[in-house]
Design a protein. Structure first.
Length: 147
């Protein structure tokens, strides 16, 4: 089983700026931890971060051939991107949406997600641990689909 971890815009800055909101762990650390966890569970994990919407859309399209599931923190595209929503709908790849911060405790514009109603699960406000919870939830979802 091959899964993907997609991180959207500005998440490459994790651990370098705004530690009070996003913590001090870098994206590289998160990718390494998740790859280890995935391998423990017998699945492979591809990781990608992009600040460009079309790169994420293209990546999801290409995933139709070999991805069983996606864990995605869409960053600010959460609140703006019909294109990423349509890519996920169009490919029908199961996905879990994760947010490090509790978006519902922040500005009103962060309360709406273009992805949440079509996600198989959502993890919000659990800090970077949420990536691990999200990966475990995704593996569980994909295994249940296969049965
Ligand atoms: O809480 C999350 O994970 C978010 O997806 C993070 C996005 C934000 O736009 C969403 O509303 C919630 C922002 C990611 C920016 O990441 C940074 C990390 C360190 C320093 C600056 C930005």
């Amino acid at each position: 089983m091959k899964l993907a971890l997609i991180n959207g815009p500005n998440l490459n800055l994790l651990g370098m700026r705004e530690p009070e909101t996003y913590g001090s762990t870098t994206l590289g650390d998160i990718e390494q931890t998740l790859t280890g966890l995935a391998n423990e569970k017998g699945v492979s994990l591809e990781t990608i971060q992009s600040n460009a919407e079309h790169v994420i859309v293209d990546y999801i399209h290409n995933g139709i051939t070999d991805l069983s599931g996606i864990l995605i923190n869409p960053g600010a595209f959460t609140h703006t991107s019909v294109a990423i929503r349509d890519a996920l709908l169009g490919t029908n790849i199961p996905f879990v949406e994760i947010h490090i911060s509790n978006v519902y405790a922040r500005e009103t514009f962060r309360h709406h997600s273009y992805l949440s109603d079509i996600a198989s699960g959502i993890i919000v406000g659990c800090g970077i641990k949420g990536y691990e919870y999200g990966l475990l939830a995704l593996i569980n979802t994909v295994n249940n689909i296969k049965k």
